[in-house]
Design a protein around this ligand. Structure first.
Ligand code: HEC
Length: 135
């Protein structure tokens, strides 16, 4: 997993290089350490932070792994991180079957995500979504 992550990070850095704003990349990273901590404490009890390695691990999941979710988000929103953030912030507080971008079979399997309204302050929500959309 570590290697996969570092490939992801280095390819993100390479793409960042094309836009010639390495300073911004650093800012995003340092801010994101708060988002990362919050994500781990508030979301990973349901959303595994790592991809399941085998069917046994897959069977113990109670929600889709976050990498799968973020792949879906990127398929839907492409590089429009603003639209992605708006969708995610809304969904996390007010999930519904109609809004879900997850495949229907995932919802049938895991059930709808419970609203995190009582678990997050607006600032925490914002930090987590920032971290995930820039992951
Ligand atoms: C109690 C378990 C639980 C917690 C806690 C939880 N989720 Fe979820 N989440 C789910 C389940 C189950 C689904 C799949 C069904 C669905 O999409 O509603 C899901 C789906 C999602 C989706 C995809 C929505 C879509 O388009 O279908 C996103 C994004 C998401 N979660 C983000 C988060 C974030 C970020 C946190 C932490 C703040 C979080 N979730 C906390 C259970 C949880």
């Amino acid at each position: 997993m570590k290697t996969k992550l570092s490939i992801l990070i280095s390819s993100t850095l390479l793409m960042g290089g094309c836009m010639a704003q390495p300073k911004n990349e650093n800012n995003i990273k340092s801010e994101n350490s708060i988002g990362k901590e919050l994500f781990i404490s508030k979301c990973t009890m349901c959303h595994s932070a790592t991809m399941p390695q085998n069917s046994k691990e897959r069977d113990t999941l109670i929600a889709p792994a976050i990498f799968g979710i973020m792949n879906h988000m990127r398929m839907e929103f492409g590089s429009d991180k603003k639209a992605m953030s708006i969708f995610m912030k809304d969904y996390i507080m007010n999930p519904s079957k109609e809004k879900a971008l997850c495949q229907q079979e995932k919802i049938n399997k895991f059930g709808l995500m419970p609203s995190q309204k009582d678990a997050l302050t607006p600032k925490e929500l914002s930090d987590i979504v920032d971290y995930l959309t820039n992951m």
